[in-house]
Write a protein that binds this ligand. Structure first.
Ligand SMILES: *Cc1c(COP(=O)(O)O)cnc(C)c1O
Length: 363
């Protein structure tokens, strides 16, 4: 925490705004909005998953539709597609950013159109804070006139040529879950390009009430708005976003400086003009065996590291869904490792991790 969160929470208590609306919610939305140079309308919600659900609905996704989704991601990118009665069609990653492969994306679009089902939307993700290849993805999406939902849950503070992640898609989502770069304990937001989209999001997030003195409903609604208490935490967190990004990037630099000398350990460099918040520091190894040797060696010293996201097309729950691409996503999963990456890691913590990796690499 930054230290100012409690002041904002106290003001919610003092003013008795204990509700899923209020001054903290408005101010938190304004703070997020001012993070973007171009005008963006923010709807603060109960989670990133809720934001994905509403974002897809606002883009017009419904029962029977197909949605193209990056396969290498957290399941929350794909699950809301199913909530809406639509089916995810998974797309491979490329090795420059680990994100959606534009070649596989175009192949998938062509193939689905040929089969008579034009995809309704594209869910592209900036994994671990590294921006996806926005120029190419957006160009393809526009050529086929398919809207992009930008999953920016892991990439608040990242940018391409100074343009912040969360402002590329037709609509974008953020997450403030406890593990993300800044947090409200649980929370999320929709980043909208129009007032109309924001209004629609808040309408749906507050049980879709018609304008009437009584309770009247013309749509199915949800209870997805953010609490005014939690928005108070968010206000304090926005003040330290830049510090958190600096801490995460420092972790990455420490790992890289010490470990790049090993032939078996590769780092994901930022392509020209790209800036990653380095939410998680990841390394790439030449094989599953070497990856596991490092992971288990760290575990022996009570240090947790984790394999990278298991691709959705390899998940039991999505066994029957279509997949386009090759074996990049699978290779990244098999050979990649997320190292301890908290913003609060001390020099001693980092030394402990590094010493153990040195030991493993020498054995
Ligand atoms: C965390 C995360 C989400 C979901 O956000 P929640 O706030 O946890 O619901 C969605 N997509 C990605 C890529 C995430 O990492």
């Amino acid at each position: 925490m930054s230290g100012t969160e409690l002041d904002y929470i106290h003001s919610a208590f003092a003013e008795n705004w204990i509700a899923p609306l209020g001054p903290n919610v408005n101010a938190f939305e304004a703070a997020i909005s001012s993070h973007y140079q171009e005008k963006r309308q923010i709807a603060a919600l109960s989670s990133g998953t809720a934001a994905l659900h509403l974002g897809l609905e606002i883009l017009g996704v419904g029962a029977g539709d197909e949605v193209l989704c990056q396969s290498l991601t957290f399941s929350a990118s794909a699950n809301p597609i199913v909530y809406l009665g639509a089916s995810p069609v998974f797309v491979d990653s490329e090795w420059e950013t680990y994100n959606m492969d534009p070649v596989a994306l175009e192949m998938a679009i062509e193939s689905r159109i040929k089969a008579g089902v034009k995809p309704k939307a594209i869910v592209a993700v900036h994994l671990y804070g590294m921006p996806y290849q926005n120029d190419r993805i957006t160009q393809i999406a526009q050529r086929y006139d398919i809207p992009v939902l930008e999953d920016s849950a892991e990439s608040l503070g990242s940018h391409i040529d100074g343009v912040p992640c969360g402002s590329f898609g037709d609509i974008a989502i953020l997450s403030f879950n406890g593990n993300k770069i800044i947090t409200t304990s649980g929370g999320g937001a929709l980043v909208c390009r129009s007032e109309e989209h924001k209004k629609r999001a808040i309408y749906l997030a507050t049980q879709a009430r018609d304008e009437a003195p009584h309770y009247q409903h013309s749509d199915i609604g949800y209870n997805y708005r953010m609490s005014n208490i939690l928005a108070g935490i968010g206000r304090g967190q926005m003040e330290v976003l830049a510090d958190r990004v600096a801490s995460r990037r420092k972790n990455y630099t420490s790992y890289k400086e010490e470990l790049a000398k090993y032939e078996e350990i590769d780092f994901l460099e930022e392509p020209e003009g790209y800036f990653s918040n380095r939410w998680l520091s990841t390394i790439m190894t030449p094989s599953f065996e070497i990856r596991e040797k490092i992971r288990l060696g760290l575990w022996e010293e009570n240090i947790e590291s984790r394999p990278m996201w298991k691709p959705m097309h390899l998940q039991p729950v999505f066994q029957k869904n279509q997949y386009y691409g090759g074996e990049a996503a699978e290779g990244i999963f098999d050979r990649g490792l997320c190292l301890p990456s908290g913003s609060n890691l001390t020099e001693q913590d980092l030394d402990r991790v590094l010493n153990q990796i040195h030991k493993i690499m020498k054995s």
